[in-house]
Design a protein around this ligand. Structure first.
Ligand code: PMP
Length: 362
């Protein structure tokens, strides 16, 4: 760090993203919840056109065409939609916009939440999950500050019903409720329909997971007109061209292919059930994940040990050094072949451990 860095930011403890090895052929990569499938062929087809001569021009700072398409897809008006460079961009704006009285969120939730709060000087009210790692909506009533719920939660994958989230929204009429729905397309209920009923709700989603476009960096948020105007004010005061031309085109094309989204998410849900069953048979317990990952712990092998042994065997999963969840690993659901490699490696690890234990006893 240079001598000139601002004191206000020099002390930041930045977000640590999951490992992103560039030698992809060496790993089965199940650590950052990407899709194992390519983006929709319709999204890819528009790339050559978007990547042509028009790149000399700035992108549309209003993102009109994509916002109109999103509005149509989600049954709202264009004024109810804003765009982000990934949903991280939108979470950052949400902390800026609604952090004055503090932000309440779960002790086990998306790791970036605490980083945004710290960077922006927003007071965090950390609400512990219940012993079974689920959220109790009653814990979020009467706190007198904004509320952020990841639904499904990360990294547990546990989801609240729309009704349960509505209780939190209705119970806090004078505070903003932000619902991060990064993983909603894998079987949970979206709160987007509630944005028509409540003026204190902002729903954030991403193209990174279900639409297989993590590398394009595209997120969107839906809320009432005034809430979206807040987000637009911050976006236009930060970077009005936050979505580049290529991404605007790809996003629009991806929305024109709902059948592909359905096919990908269905396959992930099937692979999730298949992997969960197999892991249970090997002595794992897990949360009830409705996301594109499982959050699992083994009765004999510690969380860090499993992470390290899998990595040695070429399978990357995500381990978090956090007291309450240190025995767990988060495993992204990939295609069936990737899941079989994972299961095979775990079987080897368990057998090697047992052989070692027998050796010691003999
Ligand atoms: N919210 C949650 C809960 C996440 O897990 C992630 C992905 N790490 C994000 C938001 C951000 O995703 P992106 O910026 O790729 O849209």
């Amino acid at each position: 760090m240079s001598r000139f860095m601002s004191k206000a930011y020099a002390r930041l403890d930045a977000y640590t993203p999951g490992e992103q090895p560039q030698n992809l052929s060496s790993f089965v990569k199940l650590n950052t919840n990407e899709s194992p499938f390519p983006p929709s062929p319709m999204a890819l087809a528009c790339l050559t056109e978007a990547a042509g001569r028009q790149l000399r021009l700035y992108s549309d700072p209003t993102g009109r065409a994509l916002r109109e398409r999103l509005a149509k897809t989600y049954g709202v008006a264009m004024e109810n939609v804003t765009l982000g460079n990934g949903s991280d961009d939108l979470l950052n704006f949400a902390f800026m916009a609604y952090g004055d009285a503090g932000m309440a969120y779960a002790d086990i939730s998306y790791g970036f939440n605490a980083v945004f709060a710290d960077k922006l000087g927003v007071k965090s009210e950390i609400v512990p999950l219940k012993a079974d790692l689920t959220i109790d909506p009653a814990d979020y009533c009467g706190l007198g500050m904004s509320i952020l719920i990841d639904n499904p939660n990360a990294p547990t994958g546990e989801a609240l019903s729309r009704k349960a989230v509505e209780r939190v929204i209705a119970g806090n009429p004078d505070n903003m409720v932000i619902v991060d729905e990064a993983y909603v397309d894998f079987g949970a209920e979206s709160c987007v329909p509630l944005t028509k009923k409540y003026d204190n709700l902002l729903v954030i989603q991403t193209f990174s997971k279900s639409r297989a476009l993590a590398g394009a960096r595209l997120g969107f948020a839906i809320g009432c007109k005034d809430v979206i105007a807040d987000m637009e004010l911050l976006r236009n005061s930060t970077n009005p061209y936050n979505i580049n031309r290529l991404t605007l085109s790809i996003g629009e094309a991806a929305l024109c292919d709902p059948a592909y989204l359905e096919q990908c998410t269905q396959t992930i849900m099937e692979n999730r059930a298949y992997t969960a069953e197999a892991l249970k048979g090997m002595g794992f317990s897990m949360t009830n994940s409705l996301a594109n990952f499982l959050f699992v712990k083994h009765s004999e092998i510690g969380g860090l040990e499993l992470y390290q042994k899998l990595k040695e065997k070429g399978v990357l999963v995500r381990h978090f050094e956090k007291e309450r969840i240190r025995e767990y690993n988060r495993i992204t659901i990939g295609n069936r072949q990737q899941m079989d490699v994972l299961l095979g490696r775990i079987t080897e690890i368990i057998n090697e451990r047992r052989a070692c234990a027998c050796g010691r006893e003999a």
